[in-house]
Ligand binder design. Structure first.
Ligand SMILES: Nc1ncnc2c1ncn2[C@@H]1O[C@H](COP(=O)(O)OP(=O)(O)O)[C@@H](O)[C@H]1O
Ligand SMILES: O=P(O)(O)OC[C@H](O)CO
Length: 493
């Protein structure tokens, strides 16, 4: 048996997955790692702990599959994006914990960038915003705040680069275009690091990794690690890998991943589309030197609102119970829950507001809370779709949405999603789309998996959800959501 190994290095856990010759999942190993919250709004990971979790899960999955290094034709890496590691070029040791994408510590610096109008330069060149979410200001923070950092010989990388560096024993310092596109240091139009932005942030360009296509030669693993060399042939940020795994290869195709948060990407083809609605312009994938662009909307709280029902107000024990509660909810109550637990992401980008619930009566209880929680994910998705459609006239008036992620197991939620966006929702048979995307990148480069067209033709649907809500109800409910969001934002002003 010949395998492709996908390494899916996420925000809370690392997974190693062996895919067989037919691109089916053969074996999985997973390990969680520590989340560090040193101060309010700060989130860090120990980059060495992440590296150890990668080695452990890869070894574990190889044992499970009785696979030798020679049985693995290639590795595809997919990773939490934006998370920033800086390490010493000589010792290979990180100079500080990694600063995670969720970390807000550079908010004051981002405000100064906006005050002097540099946010427009960032948006024009990188497609992103002057927001702490992206890597660039995190790099600057580390250089400015870690003792001696400005005098040392250092390298910067997102998690993919950090893993490649370690897997190859320090031989390769590289990233792919999708990860570079999340740093706010990379000019997505020119396909190169931006000197203007690096100068503004005072970041030496010698620290930055080489940028490759998503399917490329990223070196081979040190023989000692896994009992032989394995070539690293594919790399993509996790949301881009999901876009690939969902075979959203044509302009107008869109995927939305519902994990803790929700990330929707709309393929806009060969030209980047500028957003007037605070969507991000990003690279969906880059093959043969040619970038394919996407509009992206990021929502911070999707499945996390279900976690809140379980761990916060404790009205459920398991996420799956929310379906039955929602079905049993009183139809005459139309509670609206705005889950702005950490502010609101796209298209509002309001870091200050906090969650709110509207329409409570004496009869409101767990059923109505559960339904409002599930509905909030649908309403937020509609916000993204409306913004993208107004940004890009070419986008289909009612695109089919391909969905994946843990929350898509919930049929009630997927039906409401289809109802409120007024468009079909397709759930694929293989929900591991992120790992599948990374595996496909490596596998087609290795000559084991088919080219793009055949891969797309093999995408299989598990279930289609068609809109069943009448237009008047859809409009009334969505308008109520919009008013609730405005009230939530106003309350924080
Ligand atoms: N049946 C369900 N109904 C609603 N939400 C669910 C269900 N199953 C899982 N979830 C939610 O999905 C999320 C987990 O999805 P996953 O894709 O594993 O997320 P992540 O990769 O961000 O950790 C959790 O927030 C959980 O609350
Ligand atoms: O690791 P995940 O699945 O939470 O994804 C995180 C995103 O890449 C952040 O941009």
């Amino acid at each position: 048996m010949t395998y492709i190994l996908a390494i899916d290095q996420g925000t809370t856990s690392t997974r190693a997955i062996l895919f067989d010759e037919k691109m089916n999942i053969a074996h999985v190993a997973q390990q969680e790692f520590t989340q560090h919250f040193p101060r309010s709004g700060w989130v860090e990971h120990d980059a060495n702990e992440i590296w150890d979790s990668v080695v452990a899960t890869v070894r574990d999955v190889m044992v499970k599959g009785d696979a030798k290094a020679a049985d693995i034709a290639g590795i595809g890496i997919t990773n939490q994006r934006e998370t920033t590691v800086i390490w010493d070029k000589v010792t290979g040791q990180p100079i500080h914990n990694a600063i995670v994408w969720q970390d807000r510590r550079t908010a004051p610096y981002c405000a100064t960038l906006r005050d002097k109008g540099f946010d427009q330069v960032i948006t024009d060149k990188t497609g992103l915003l002057a927001d702490p979410y992206f890597s660039g200001t995190k790099v600057k923070w580390l250089l400015d705040n870690v003792d001696g950092a400005r005098d040392a010989d250092l390298l910067f990388g997102t998690i993919d680069s950090w893993l490649i560096w370690n897997l190859t024993g320090g031989a390769v310092h590289a990233t792919d275009a999708t990860n570079a596109a999340r740093t706010a240091l990379y000019d997505i139009h020119k396909g190169q690091w931006s000197t203007t932005i690096c100068n503004e942030f005072d970041i030496p360009m010698s620290m930055l990794p080489r940028v490759e296509d998503c399917a490329a030669d990223f070196g081979t693993t040190l023989p000692d690690l896994f009992g032989g060399e394995i070539p690293i042939l594919g790399v993509a940020g996790d949301q881009q890998a999901a876009t690939i795994g969902q075979a959203c290869f044509k302009p107008g195709m869109m995927k939305s991943t519902y994990g803790t948060g929700c990330f929707a990407l709309l393929n806009t083809g060969n030209s980047p589309v500028k957003s007037n609605n605070r969507m991000l312009t990003t690279i969906a994938y880059q093959m043969d030197g040619k970038p394919t662009y996407a509009l992206e909307g990021a929502i911070f709280i999707a499945g996390a609102v279900v976690q809140w029902l379980r761990d916060g107000i404790k009205i459920i024990e398991h996420a799956s119970e929310t379906s039955d509660l929602a079905i049993a909810a009183d139809d005459s109550q139309e509670l609206i829950l705005v889950p702005a637990f950490t502010g609101l992401g796209a298209p509002y980008w309001n870091a200050e507001c906090r969650g709110a619930i509207f329409g409570l009566t004496r009869n409101s209880g767990p059923n109505e809370f559960a339904r409002a929680a599930l509905e909030s994910v649908g309403f937020q998705t509609r916000d993204l779709i409306e913004a993208m459609q107004s940004d890009w006239a070419a986008s289909d008036a009612s695109p089919t949405l391909r969905v994946d992620g843990g929350m898509t197991a919930n049929d009630w939620s997927m039906q409401f999603l289809s109802d409120i966006i007024g468009a079909p929702v397709d759930r694929p048979t293989i929900l591991e789309t992120t790992a599948r995307g990374a595996a496909w990148l490596a596998g087609q480069r290795a000559g084991l998996y088919p080219q793009m067209d055949e891969f797309a033709a093999n995408w299989e649907i598990d279930r289609n959800f068609a809109p069943a809500m009448d237009n008047a109800t859809r409009d009334r409910r969505y308008n109520a959501w919009k008013r609730a969001v405005q009230a939530t934002i106003s309350a924080a002003e």
